[in-house]
Design a protein around this ligand. Sequence first.
Ligand code: GRF
Length: 204
Amino acid sequence: MLSIVVLISGGGSNLRALLEAASDRDFPARIVAVGSDTDAAGLAHAEQFGVPTFTVTPTSFADRAAWGDELLQQVEQWTPDLVVCAGFMRILPPRFVGALSPNLINTHPALLPLFPGAHAVRDALAAGATETGVTVHIVDEGVDTGPTLVQRSVAVLPGDTEHVLQERIKVIERDLLVQTVRDIATSTIDLSSIHQSNRSATPS
Ligand code: GRF
């Protein structure tokens, strides 16, 4: 059984999808804790499912590295097999990434490498894209640059606003994230070998 810590910053609909999936006894993963960088509304989902939560606020620390070290300590307390960033809106410091990657994944609302960063849906609309989507990837030290695990596309429709398109993406995103976690838990996706082959393909 794969044990997971989920990190969130917002409403936590992706977290909720994972909690619902994991409440099925046949699902091969369990969420052992949920962490946040803020008093996120989504922490309420964890509480509803009886999953412990923790919050590590950057403003309580001298710098980003110190914040990351405390976040790492809180995460490692649960000895998770996998950490899932599901709408976690902070860039993770190098020591945090180094300690957990490749068992550290993120979901992003665009077809990376297109539209990285915090405003992916807005940026896709501004660029006039006719297609965007979702990427689940391993987190590395860059911003949305780690090896892609899976992608699913979503059409941009005439008249889409940022909100409408984002909600349509998130329906697909929740499904893809749950499927990806299942595939990691059953070793259908092997994070270490994807990480290794990506490293050997990257010129040094
Ligand atoms: C998701 O679309 C995620 O990819 C993005 O922020 C959104 C979070 O949604 N970074 P939720 O908090 O899971 O509802």
